[in-house]
Ligand binder design. Structure first.
Ligand SMILES: *Cc1c(COP(=O)(O)O)cnc(C)c1O
Length: 367
């Protein structure tokens, strides 16, 4: 048996109605900032529970543009986590600010207890990352941000519809960033991102910034970017968005099945499942003894297990200029050696999951 990692062929297997929709859309020529985008934005805002949703070119830009709107730039420091995907750091770097890292805990999100120690007079914003579908402890983070007067832009790219106490990711800070990249839980056919915010001025600024700063066809109000969410991708988004909730429900059910089975294997440790937190399992990660051996065994058995990520960001060549050195983020380092990601998504079957579980069991039994 082969257990694939990517579920995209299944996700977009039956699309005759979508193709018909696209054909109708193409005939309108409404390609930039068109009606499908406006409709998608209002549905997205409603889904998340925010006043505004603004479609942008990527999840990276969904982090960058709110930081820009907050006036952050050269010489400023922006605090984020040491173990995120490179896009978070890229967004901070693109506006000329300096990323400052805080270590994570076993939920893969920022250890908020270490946040204050990273704040300096140059700190201008905090970008917590709701990594792997967990949420950063926003109930602890927001009071600290408020005490220091620091704006918060949530990187919710992996955490759509995650919540704490019913309050969704992306709605805690000044703005929340989402990605619709094909590998994300709610996905389209290319790059796209969405910023949510309750702040009317922020929303207005974002609409300017994504479209060259143009107030209208003839007037430039500020200098901006070319970062619009394509109306064509919005057609795909509108086709799928009604399923967003059930996609995450199915991911959760599949993850809970893995949890129940894998927790009976002594060499596997399940990360803490936090009560009151809806965790949406963008990635299903556990800690494994002899991880490299297990990974090789699974690959041999046809299971596309992965490591997210094998080299921590702060030790990557491209980030050497930040001056961090090995050992600066011990929890991130420990994770690098012990984490493993199993294929889990809304389309995986029980049969496939059982095959993965058996393969894990057989590895430890046969050592
Ligand atoms: C995917 C992702 C982003 C944004 O990525 P894009 O490819 O630009 O949409 C940002 N942060 C995290 C943690 C991500 O996983």
């Amino acid at each position: 048996m082969k257990v694939r990692y990517s579920y995209l062929p299944q996700q977009f297997a039956e699309i005759d109605d979508l193709l018909a929709e696209i054909k109708r859309f193409v005939a309108t020529g409404d390609f930039t900032l068109g009606e499908p985008l406006t409709r998608f934005e209002s549905r997205f805002a409603e889904l998340i529970g925010s006043r505004h949703a603004v479609g942008v070119g990527s999840g990276t830009d969904a982090i960058k543009l709110p930081l820009k709107a907050l006036g952050i730039g050269h010489g400023d420091e922006v605090i984020t986590t040491a173990n995120t995907f490179i896009a978070t750091v890229g967004a901070i770097n693109e506006i000329g600010a300096r990323p400052v890292f805080v270590d994570c805990d076993d939920t893969f999100c920022m250890n908020v207890d270490q946040l204050e120690a990273a704040i300096t007079p140059r700190t201008k914003a905090i970008v917590p990352v709701h990594f792997t579908g967990y949420m950063t402890d926003m109930t602890k983070l927001m009071p600290i941000a408020e005490r220091y007067g620091l704006p918060v832009v949530e990187d919710a790219c992996q955490g759509i519809l995650a919540n704490i106490g019913g309050r969704n990711s992306g709605t805690w800070g000044n703005a929340g960033a989402f990605s619709l990249h094909p590998l994300k839980n709610l996905n389209v056919w290319g790059d796209a991102g969405v910023v949510v915010t309750d702040d009317d001025d922020m929303a207005r600024n974002l609409r300017l910034l994504r479209n060259h700063g143009m107030r209208n066809r003839d007037e430039i109000e500020i200098l901006g970017y070319n970062s619009r969410l394509d109306s064509l991708q919005a057609v795909v988004g509108n086709w799928l968005i009604g399923e967003a909730k059930s996609i995450s429900d199915r991911r959760i059910a599949n993850a809970e099945y893995y949890d129940a089975q894998l927790s009976t294997i002594p060499q596997i440790r399940i990360p803490p499942r936090v009560s009151g937190m809806r965790l949406v399992y963008h990635l299903y990660i556990v800690f494994a003894e002899d991880r490299d051996g297990l990974l090789r065994h699974l690959i041999d058995k046809g299971v596309e297990a992965k490591i997210h990520y094998p080299i921590p960001l702060y030790l990557q060549d491209g980030l050497k200029f930040l001056g961090y050195k090995p050992g600066d983020f011990p929890v991130t380092d420990r994770h690098t050696e012990t984490i493993i990601t199993f294929p889990t998504d809304q389309h995986i079957t029980r049969e496939e999951q059982d095959y993965v579980i058996d393969a894990v069991r057989s590895y430890y039994a046969g050592r």
